[in-house]
Ligand binder design. Sequence first.
Ligand code: HSE
Length: 319
Amino acid sequence: MIPDRPLRSATAFAPASIGNVAAGFDVLGHAMDAVGDLVTVTRSVERGVRIVSVDGIVGDLPGDPAANTATAGLLRMVDDLELSFGFEVAIRKGIPLGSGMGGSASSAVAGVVAASAVLDVPLSVDEQFTYAMVGEAVASGAMHGDNVAPILLGGLRLVRAIDPPDIVRVPVPAGIRCVLVHPMLRLDTRTARAVLPRQIPLSLHVRQSAELAGLVAGCFAGDVALIGRALADHVVEPARAPLVPGFHAVQAAARGAGALGCSLSGAGPSLFAWCDGDAMAAAVRAAMTAAFRAAGVESEAWISPVDCPGARIVETISG
Ligand code: HSE
């Protein structure tokens, strides 16, 4: 509940996310509520955008607002709306950099949601998505909304188009849990995109399309068995798997413990696994972290319902 405007300051929490969700490269993603970033935006008399602090688990983010994912969209907003005031921005990172957990998109969304809350008239959802995409593009070097959409809106989202935004909510059976395992390694999205094939055979496109359609159909139908059959990626995962030590062992461990499916989270190196229920999720989490350890890699892990909330205002200060 946001008090009467104008607010002087607002803090937004934005969750992590799982991009791609196997076959949905760049178009499908879901929120991961167990961890996230916080951004506080305060109205300032001086125009423009200033980063006043960066803390949490990461302290060395760019101080130039144009180069920082949390603020690049705000710069555009100040210009587009011809605002007579500016924004002071404090960033608290909860998501590791280069983890494949949507950390750049999370900061971008949290910044835009907090800034929208201190405007005289809040932005529409489409406007928030568009400004957050500006921030996300700073980090990944490409325009894809599979992190921004679910972080902003929650749950599993299909991004059919980004300009103008056409974002589809995909309902997920309530018992489905996501296990997210982050190996203590950093893999930048630009690096992980550079290894992708520029072209694929038509037969591979057909196979991948069938998996994506099967996954979405399984979600709409509440057909857990179909979801399990369709959680597979035949295009992107094979190209990126060599970048993650222990990938195949961890994936096999997840499947062996009963996971419906397991693949890279976003650009990696984190892996995610969908599970039917809490007990399976706990067993899969233990199996995946043990497999990473056996491969000589320490990891941290979270469990979240796939159908979880997106970004929200968690604190405000009235003007
Ligand atoms: N869809 C993007 C990729 C997500 O796989 O490169 C990056 O987090």
